[in-house]
Design a protein around this ligand. Structure first.
Ligand code: HEC
Ligand code: HEC
Length: 467
């Protein structure tokens, strides 16, 4: 179905190109590069022109036939629903878990949201840990909580206790812009109830919603040296923005490596991110994480020596998230959008949300290699102030630091996922609220937005909607 869609699109583009100039060779890849003068090709040659509710779920158009086949195999596994072992298809769920499939959290390969009133958790999870000395980011992994590990698993297979239930309450904070516009920001408060085992008073809790999963191979292909050129940990250039790399444990290479994925850049590679998702979120073991996430807890059913998901499946699912296309920008020559783009630069947003980067070579994934892309991220950690803090350090990320999320496709979240909940815990109900939560290193940017006229704020949002 998705494949058909892409083929259809390619056919349309080819016919347009032929229509324009039948003399020209119709090499789509080259023509994409040459028509990117406006920055509309967010994913380079992996860009697709689709603004529908499927916009995040389309394979990169430049995959070879064999690569496309692998991608589609990964697609099936991404949607596979796991069940309690023993079973013929997809056994191995739990015993404790958060959800039963990847797609249940990353709905339509898009982003999750906090639950609505009287709704259970679906695509938001809580990471847990015990405090370190002075809450410092010491470069070490978070300390697991006895009986819980590093994540609250709020569901369990039949006959097994889940770890607890989460209740979220919001309090409203009023805020007034320079021109007198009143805005309300909602601040979440989490309570963990129905715990199966006493939870220490001083537990640290970090709520996180599921991010979008397209374009990730491109982010993995950005050379480490490029990312480090944007790092300015002690703010040598004095612009108030530092940018710090996270270094996290790579379980395959058995050494520390640059963190790129997750809200705190706490995962070094997509392979490890995917294996952790199986393990932490679904209770499914792989060769990277062979011991069940319930190890050391009463829910542990048996200790396994063979992984519940094979290396082949792990490989195709990793390939799937490496090769999902990035939707093209829309309305790039609309005067309001162009004005918004200038304001985005003037307000220093682009110091963290870097508009243009060049990928290097990602081994085995030529479609994402050597691409000029517009992700609007530096993949670095920034102190975002106390308002957004989770106060839970993660390797080198302190309790106030978060990784700059990519902004590509953000204008399509409403169409794909039917909501506009942004930031790591989905507290922002629209793009303007997300901006007004910025603090710390981004405080000057926030001030600039508060001082804008209504027309300027509208232009800034129109620009974000075009991404
Ligand atoms: C319970 C919900 C849930 C399930 C199930 C889940 N994820 Fe996620 N996923 C998340 C959350 C939350 C994050 C962010 C984690 C963090 O910041 O620590 C995430 C992060 C990711 C990322 C990194 C995205 C980025 O931009 O950094 C990838 C890739 C990913 N998940 C893939 C998968 C795959 C593949 C599966 C199935 C094997 C899966 N997820 C299952 C919730 C989920
Ligand atoms: C100092 C670096 C920095 C600057 C400057 C900055 N941002 Fe961000 N931005 C971040 C980080 C980090 C987050 C994630 C914070 C979180 O989730 O708690 C974020 C989140 C966002 C989000 C929500 C993204 C999502 O996926 O939920 C939007 C939208 C956004 N920024 C837009 C802007 C705009 C517009 C400006 C300028 C007015 C700006 N940012 C300035 C670092 C920055």
């Amino acid at each position: 179905m998705k494949y058909f869609h892409t083929v259809l699109y390619l056919t349309v583009l080819v016919s347009i190109l032929i229509g324009c100039n039948s003399e020209q060779p119709t090499n789509i890849l080259n023509s994409n590069a040459s028509i990117d003068s406006t920055g509309a090709l967010s994913g380079g040659d992996t860009t697709i022109f689709d603004a529908s509710s499927h916009a995040f779920s389309i394979p990169a158009p430049n995959l070879s036939a064999a690569a496309l086949e692998k991608h589609l195999e990964g697609d099936v596994e991404f949607e596979a629903v796991f069940v309690t072992a023993p079973a013929v298809v997809n056994p191995g769920l739990g015993p404790i878990y958060n959800n039963v499939s990847c797609i249940n959290c990353h709905s339509r390969d898009g982003r999750g949201r906090p639950p609505g009133v009287n709704e259970g958790l679906v695509s938001l999870l809580l990471r847990l840990s015990l405090p370190k000395n002075d809450n410092m980011a010491d470069g070490k992994p978070p300390i697991p909580v006895p009986g819980y590990g590093r994540q609250l698993n709020n569901r369990a297979i039949v006959g097994t206790p889940a770890e607890g239930t989460v209740k979220i309450e919001y309090s409203e904070q009023p805020l007034t812009t320079e021109d007198g516009t009143r805005v309300h920001l909602r601040y979440p408060n989490y309570t963990i109830t129905n715990t199966y085992h006493p939870l220490p008073e001083n537990v640290e809790v970090s709520p996180r919603v599921a991010p979008v999963v397209f374009g990730l191979g491109l982010l993995e292909a950005i050379p480490e040296s490029t990312i480090l050129t944007y790092a300015d940990e002690i703010d040598v250039n004095g612009d108030g923005i530092s940018g710090k790399p996270n270094y996290v444990w790579d379980v395959v290479k058995k050494r520390y490596a640059l963190g790129r994925f997750g809200w705190k850049a706490n995962q070094p590679t997509l392979l490890q991110q995917v294996a952790s998702a199986y393990h932490d979120d679904m209770g499914v073991t792989t060769s990277l994480f062979l011991i069940e996430n319930s190890a050391g807890q009463p829910q542990l059913t048996e200790n396994r020596t063979t992984p519940e998901v094979s290396d082949e499946i792990l490989d195709v699912v990793t390939f799937y998230v490496q090769t999902l296309a990035v939707p093209a920008r829309r309305n790039v020559d609309d005067p309001q959008v162009m004005h918004g783009e200038q304001l985005f630069a003037q307000a220093q947003c682009a110091s963290c949300h870097i508009p243009t980067l060049r990928t290097g070579v990602l081994s085995g994934v030529p479609s994402v290699s050597n691409q000029t892309i517009h992700p609007y991220t530096d993949l670095l950690l920034h102190d975002m102030g106390h308002g957004l803090a989770d106060n839970r350090p993660d390797f080198h990320a302190s309790g106030t630091e978060w990784r700059t999320p990519p902004l590509w496709g953000i204008g399509l979240v409403r169409t794909v996922n039917g909501h506009t909940n942004f930031l790591h815990d989905g507290r922002a109900r629209n793009l303007m609220e997300a901006i007004l939560w910025h603090g710390g290193e981004a405080e000057k940017s926030r001030q600039a937005v508060l001082e804008m006229s209504k027309a300027e704020r509208d232009a800034l949002i129109a620009f974000l909607e075009s991404l």
